[in-house]
Design a protein around this ligand. Structure first.
Ligand code: GLN
Length: 489
């Protein structure tokens, strides 16, 4: 996709302005129903598109992402653009700077169409936790697109953007990619700078691409990686073109299937498609081996202690004073209804009470509790120890195999409203993706087939996890599968 569009641009078969306008037309026609976007950035997009067209006209070389329309999840800062993280507390927040990934994209000439819907502060698996709207799954509009990067995934699947950026803390790129039938890559922790990403849980968050093909994911990754002085956890990297590693040959690799992932709670149809995909990998020459990740049964509970602890700390900054909404702004008086001046503490309380949605509040309370004196050792510290064991499982598995393959999710996209009253069921949709965040390894979700439900074809995703910083390995394996077996969307 990206390569073809790039060729068209340099051959003069289309212009970036034309392409950009086509995409805004698609958004106009389709997004009323899909509701993938929260904010459109047309001025910015057309300005950038014009700049690239001028360059092409002059005969200057352009970069691979130049002139190509992209959508950005609304928790990534773009200077001068409203950035809400789908929360009321940031309703009127205009980002004063560019996230490092945005700076890179602007330098490379990418055309930013707008900001996409998400679960509030990236907490959720369906975009139903957005304070603004519920994005629909383009494969069946009665179903959720997944989350939290549901807007980005739906925008790409509905072709309201060529590709998109998302963030993944427990599965938020891979799970919606799987639900919408596209490709989603969570890079190794540290591979991509988090500077300018509104933090959810800093030791787990990673920015990554949602794309139509694995090759596109490889192209985008090459453009956004790199060490960043503004993110102390970003890892040094050399200029690397991941697309050059897509050989289409996986005949010498070993793929591990974690037996714990297939034990219970897995939808029968997904299990069957997954078994088929294993056979397909075999046919491509890969060696398949059963492996064990013995601590994976603790992943979800470990995540739901560490993540809320970091959430409670990261979201403390939203106090009604520093950013966005302040509850007494509404009357701009600073007085309560009875005429008594509001105290600073009351402003904090009222702003947070009104500004945050219930899932965010729930997690702040859980995290504050887990970190409180007297409970810290029993909950947070214990969870960190189990996290080390989960990481060790991966180290041991990667002594035996090159990659680990599993379904991305235990079920296909569920109906809107189906899980909002049963949080545990909602949380379970990340059961296979969370361990990659806890251990830091890279993971990619790519389509492995479809099943029919209610007369609609619903996509199923497969997940490949690789060794730390071996994005090229999982990209090549997923690409090899894709060119042999997947039908393009
Ligand atoms: N769905 C998971 C959660 O609710 C993961 C979210 C994410 O990766 N941002 O926490």
């Amino acid at each position: 996709m990206i390569k073809e569009l790039h060729e068209k641009l340099i051959k003069g078969e289309t212009t970036s302005v034309k392409l950009t306008e086509e995409y805004f037309e698609k958004i106009k026609n389709r997004d009323k129903e899909i509701q993938a976007y929260l904010t459109l950035t047309k001025d910015l997009a057309i300005k950038q598109a014009n700049f690239i067209d001028e360059k092409i006209k002059k005969g200057d070389e352009i970069e691979i992402l130049s002139g190509i329309p992209v959508a950005i999840k609304d928790n990534i800062c773009i200077e001068g653009i409203r950035t809400t993280a789908a929360s009321k507390i940031l309703d009127n927040y205009i980002a004063p700077y560019d996230a490092t990934v945005i700076k890179k994209l602007k330098e490379k000439g990418a055309v930013i169409l707008g900001k996409t819907n998400m679960d509030e502060f990236a907490m959720g698996s369906s975009t139903e936790n957005s304070a603004y709207q519920i994005t629909k799954n383009p494969n069946d509009i009665e179903r959720v697109p997944g989350g939290s990067s549901g807007g980005s995934a739906a925008a790409v699947a509905e072709d309201e953007a060529v590709w998109a950026l998302g963030s993944d803390t427990g599965g938020s790129i891979r799970q919606p990619a799987s639900f919408c039938g596209i490709v989603g890559l969570k890079p190794t922790y540290g591979r991509v700078s988090r500077h300018g990403l509104l933090a959810m849980a800093s030791s787990l968050d990673q920015i990554g691409p949602l794309t139509k093909t694995v090759e596109d994911a490889a192209i985008v990754l090459s453009e956004i990686i790199g060490e960043d002085k503004k993110d102390a956890t970003s890892a040094p990297s050399f200029d690397k073109r991941y697309e050059n590693y897509l050989t289409g040959d996986i005949s010498k690799i070993k793929i591990g299937i974690p037996k714990e992932y297939l034990e219970k709670g897995l939808d029968e149809d997904i299990k069957n498609k997954f078994q088929e995909a294993i056979q397909q990998f075999r046919k491509l020459g890969a060696e398949i081996k059963e492996i064990s990740l013995p601590h994976s049964k603790y992943s979800l509970s470990t995540y739901y202690l560490i993540m809320p602890s970091e959430v409670s700390s990261n979201l403390a900054r939203f106090d009604g004073i520093k950013y966005g909404l302040r509850v007494d702004d509404k009357e701009s008086s600073g007085f309560k209804e009875n005429g008594i001046p509001r105290t600073l503490f009351e402003t904090y309380l009222d702003s947070r009470e009104y500004g945050f949605g219930s899932e965010v509040k729930r997690r702040i309370m859980l995290g504050t509790y887990a970190l409180s004196a007297g409970y810290y050792d029993a909950y947070y510290l214990k969870a960190q120890k189990v996290r080390a064991l989960i990481k060790r499982d991966f180290e041991e598995a990667f002594r035996e195999v090159d990659f680990i393959f599993s379904p991305t999710t235990p079920e296909v996209a569920f109906k809107i409203g189906e899980k909002t009253s049963d949080l545990l069921k909602m949380y379970l949709s990340d059961i296979f993706t969370i361990a990659a965040n806890l251990s830091g390894v890279p993971g990619i979700s790519f389509p492995i087939g479809k099943i029919k439900k209610d007369g609609k074809d619903l996509p199923i995703g497969g997940q490949l996890m690789g060794k730390w910083f071996d994005e090229e390995g999982i990209l090549n394996a997923a690409h090899t599968f894709e060119i042999n077996y997947s039908q393009p969307i």
